[in-house]
Design a protein around this ligand. Structure first.
Ligand code: SAM
Length: 272
């Protein structure tokens, strides 16, 4: 028997400032609402340290703190200090990447109506959901799920500030929502949580993938997840996407990078 290797389709996009009209409008709109601050600075509720402390510590030290935590298996986002540091160091970059990610997903996925019910697993402070709302608001229901209450509280504040109403917040383990139908988003869920893949059963992953799924994460996490996904849905339902993005100067300065690479898997629904 001859075994024919199956390739997963790969899409590579390049976005320059002139290609990013709606994404730049959305980015600027949110920055205006937040007075050019990250959510933890803007809302300031329940923080374990003062803004003065943040100024005194400086970004380099905060970035080092996050990097050191990431090298361990999981970042505890329930600890507000971790969330605060992450938000300070990466909110603008993360939000911009999410906007690019939404654009890529919307272009690459063959949806079958499941997109009218979206379940955002590990929504954190709602950054991807906000990007999706601003660029892709076609749902009947968007449920933001996180196992950490502190994250959901910040997501709620963000959505109130932008005056979004048709979203729901659910405090739960996203992988346990096996029977709930809806297109899944997992945005940077794996980056602080590498064991999630090892610990998830096939039944959990089937629940995650059945109605279609968009995974946006670091390249190594996306690639690691790809073989597990392929074993469940087959290669034909998956597209591996890479977007090389060059933001305009104002954003490049805020995110401290002239180029942003966004990596995704777009997974079509499995037909029952
Ligand atoms: C890096 S944050 C990503 C936040 C957001 N999705 C984004 O793109 O900005 C990862 C989040 O996943 C959450 N998380 C990890 N495992 C989870 C699980 N099994 N169920 C629900 N939330 C989970 C963590 O609490 C954390 O808020």
């Amino acid at each position: 028997m001859r075994v024919v290797p199956v390739r997963i389709e790969k899409l590579i996009y390049t976005f320059r400032p002139a290609d990013l009209g709606p994404e730049l409008d959305a980015y600027r709109r949110v920055l205006q609402i937040l007075d050019n601050q990250t959510p933890t600075r803007h809302f300031r509720d329940g923080l374990p340290v003062s803004a003065d402390w943040l100024d005194a510590v400086g970004l380099a030290e905060i970035e080092e703190y996050i990097r050191a935590h990431r090298e361990r298996a999981a970042i505890d986002y329930g600890a507000l200090l971790n969330f605060l540091c992450f938000d300070q160091a990466y909110f603008f970059r993360n939000f911009f990447k999410c906007l690019v990610g939404v654009r890529c997903l919307a272009a690459a996925i063959n949806l079958s109506g499941s997109e009218r019910h979206i379940i955002d697993i590990g929504c954190g402070a709602g950054t991807f959901a906000l990007a999706a709302y601003l660029l892709w608001n076609r749902w009947d229901e968007y449920i933001l799920v996180d196992k950490e209450l502190a994250q959901l509280c910040y997501a709620k504040k963000l959505f109130e500030a932008v005056e979004v109403k048709n979203v729901k917040f659910l405090h739960a383990d996203g992988l346990s929502l096996i029977s709930r139908r809806g297109f899944r988003i997992a945005s940077y869920w794996l980056c602080g949580n590498k064991n999630a893949l090892i610990n998830a059963t096939d039944e959990m992953l089937h629940g995650l993938l059945r109605d279609g799924c968009g995974i946006i994460d670091y390249a190594e996490n996306v690639d690691a997840f790809m073989s597990r996904v392929q074993a469940i849905v087959g290669p034909n339902r998956i597209r591996r996407i890479e977007a090389n993005t060059f933001p305009p100067d104002e954003i490049a300065k805020a995110i401290r990078s002239a180029r942003v690479n966004v990596h995704l898997l777009a997974i079509d629904p499995i037909q029952d």
